[in-house]
Design a protein around this ligand. Structure first.
Ligand SMILES: Nc1ncnc2c1ncn2[C@@H]1O[C@H](COP(=O)(O)OP(=O)(O)OP(=O)(O)O)[C@@H](O)[C@H]1O
Length: 233
């Protein structure tokens, strides 16, 4: 369970306030542009620090840990793959800075197979489609084997069918591995598709997560205004 314990974070004139726990295997964060969704993910990942409060993972305070030591992996829109390295080398870096040993190679093969990219080992990211690049990034997250995956709209650039495919793959991986997911989305359909819980972020305030269906069917006033500008599920 992820807990944001009495968090306050100041970012110029913007401030984020959060005092919530995320229990669901997959939690969506929805809310208007500029509301603080990415800032919240960056805080959980350790890229920005709160001025008050702490981040707890299963009761352990992880606030003081640098990003690399947190139980967290993050997928961004640009996938963060090294463009000059082949798929295989990009994956190896999740495990080692040397040549992968036999055990690591087997893990990498398994991860590639899980995301349906066997045969693409020697391709560079530029020679892959957007969806395939997302799959490599997901394979890397699998290899990192951290218990919490943060998604900052990594699939927003993909077409609707491909985006749904990737979301379903994330949900399958979460169910198979027990990995928890917190995902930012502008599209309530994404939340409805895979997130059992959804928290609204509005003007820097993070609400407690609610069951996604119930929330979208009966949105509070602020969310209603936001959903009016998007497509309700
Ligand atoms: N590095 C920064 N320095 C100062 N202010 C920032 C910084 N990054 C973001 N902000 C501000 O913090 C607020 C929250 O931004 P954030 O990116 O978290 O919103 P968001 O909900 O993810 O928006 P979007 O849906 O458009 O991605 C905004 O007002 C933004 O201008």
């Amino acid at each position: 369970m992820l807990t944001l314990d009495q968090i306050t974070l100041a970012q110029g004139p913007f401030s984020l306030v959060a005092d919530v726990s995320f229990n669901d295997p997959i939690t969506a964060l929805i809310g208007p542009s500029g509301a603080g969704k990415s800032t919240l993910l960056n805080l959980i990942a350790g890229f920005v620090a709160p001025s008050q409060g702490c981040v707890l993972w299963n009761g352990r305070d992880i606030s003081k840990l640098p990003p690399a030591q947190r139980p967290v992996s993050m997928l961004f829109q640009d996938n963060n793959l090294f463009p000059h390295l082949a798929v295989w080398e990009n994956l190896a870096l999740a495990l080692t800075h040397r040549r992968p040993n036999a055990k690591q190679s087997a893990q990498m093969k398994q991860a590639l197979s899980r995301v349906g990219l066997v045969g693409y080992e020697t391709r560079k990211p530029g020679a892959l489609s957007g969806g395939q690049q997302s799959r490599v990034a997901l394979a890397r997250v699998l290899l990192q084997a951290r218990p919490l995956m943060l998604l900052d709209e990594p699939f927003a650039v993909l077409g609707p069918a491909l985006k749904q495919e990737m979301l379903d793959l994330v949900a399958e991986i979460s169910a198979e591995t027990g990995m928890h997911v917190v995902m930012v989305s502008h599209d309530p359909q994404d939340a409805a598709r895979i997130a059992t819980g959804t928290a609204v972020v509005d003007e820097g305030r993070v609400s407690a997560p609610m069951p996604t269906r119930a929330l979208l069917e009966n949105p509070p006033a602020g969310l209603k205004a936001y959903l009016g500008a998007t497509q309700a599920p």
